[in-house]
Design a protein around this ligand. Structure first.
Ligand code: HEC
Ligand code: HEC
Length: 301
């Protein structure tokens, strides 16, 4: 790819490259050494003399050595004709990284797609008992999902655990497949500007009480009203979450962003917006189907 906006640099690169190659040919010609060794060796020396009479003979370079120089130079010229390298000239083969990548992807999909497609019409719940399908799903998982969800799918802060039976967006086979196909965008609003600090503390105390942990009941009681007013729309009246909105259950002891008092206050003050990227375009439905099978099989046992 040639990215300069003015043509000057293209021409500059072309001219310097061509001149350098010509100069190399000339230099090799000049320094290839003298004629074949004759009987009268004293005549042809480089002019260097050491220790009074030790002279350096101007012997020619060995033929194979000299030819290597020429071969590399000719190789360079052929290469620059076939491939991009001379400024904006694209090379007669019109090679680019992008089309090489696309060709490789095409070849790989011709080879592997049938392997994935044989499963795409089968029910995910049933497929989860098919060790071959689960194994392929697991391999796809290792290739595409571990950076965020961890190699054991155990998740990390902000990246949900996919092994447990707790789901932001629902854990039935279709919900999982939809999540992977289309991605998901969690949207927990920031409340700092909307409610008083004191009320944030109260609603935090209430959230802590939801999980049955030790809490200040007077504060939690006040927090309950705030919760009904601002939070129940998404998290549900009982705080059990709404999978349609990706709003987590706050009554269990599973936390996406941490369950300590400080973490909860931080979540409420600043909001959160976890994003699961879509994979439909990138991987295609057949692969996603197997990924969903693997994820479903994890939480099932
Ligand atoms: C760039 C990071 C990233 C990658 C890559 C990624 N995910 Fe996610 N995933 C997330 C985040 C963040 C969430 C949580 C979204 C939210 O907060 O609502 C999520 C949510 C999910 C969920 C929903 C969990 C629930 O509790 O409902 C599933 C299932 C899932 N991912 C599967 C996968 C699979 C399978 C792959 C590989 C194809 C994958 N993810 C790749 C970041 C990622
Ligand atoms: C518009 C819907 C919505 C409202 C209103 C809302 N939340 Fe949330 N909340 C969410 C979503 C969605 C998430 C998950 C964010 C993510 O996945 O990144 C979340 C996450 C959280 C978490 C983090 C849970 C964890 O596992 O780490 C807490 C705590 C929380 N909300 C408390 C509250 C409180 C308290 C209120 C009221 C003041 C509130 N939320 C109002 C949608 C909402």
């Amino acid at each position: 790819m040639f990215d300069f906006t003015s043509s000057f640099w293209g021409i500059f690169i072309l001219v310097t490259t061509v001149l350098s190659i010509v100069a190399m040919f000339v230099l090799v010609g000049i320094f290839k050494g003298g004629k074949k060794v004759t009987s009268d060796r004293d005549e042809d020396t480089t002019g260097h003399i050491w220790d009074e009479d030790l002279k350096e003979l101007n012997n020619p370079l060995p033929g194979w050595w000299l030819n290597l120089f020429y071969i590399t130079l000719v190789f360079g010229v052929i290469y620059l004709i076939l491939y991009p390298g001379l400024g904006s000239f694209k090379g007669v083969k019109k090679w680019t990284q992008v089309n090489q990548y696309e060709d490789e992807v095409k070849a790989a999909s011709e080879k592997y797609d049938p392997l994935y497609e044989q499963f795409v019409n089968q029910d995910i719940a049933a497929l989860a008992d098919n060790p071959e399908a689960v194994k392929i799903g697991q391999r796809l998982y290792s290739a595409y999902c571990t950076t965020c969800h961890g190699s054991d799918a155990g998740g990390a802060r902000g990246f949900p655990n996919l092994r447990d039976d707790d789901w932001l967006w629902g854990g039935d086979p279709n919900a999982i497949k939809t999540t992977i196909m289309n991605g998901r965008q969690g949207a927990m609003p920031a409340w700092k500007e909307m409610i008083e600090d004191e009320e944030i503390d109260q609603v935090t105390e209430y959230v802590i009480s939801l999980g049955g942990r030790a809490h200040d009941s007077a504060m939690a009681q006040k927090g309950k009203n705030i919760f009904s007013q601002y939070c129940a729309v998404c998290h549900g009246v009982e705080g059990k979450g709404t999978p349609m909105m990706g709003a987590p259950n706050l009554t269990d002891d599973i936390w996406l962003y941490g369950g300590s008092k400080a973490s909860i206050v931080e979540t409420i003050n600043g909001g959160r917006s976890g994003r699961m990227p879509p994979h439909k375009e990138f991987l295609g439905e057949a692969r996603v189907h197997l990924l969903a099978t693997y994820i479903y099989s994890l939480s099932k046992d």
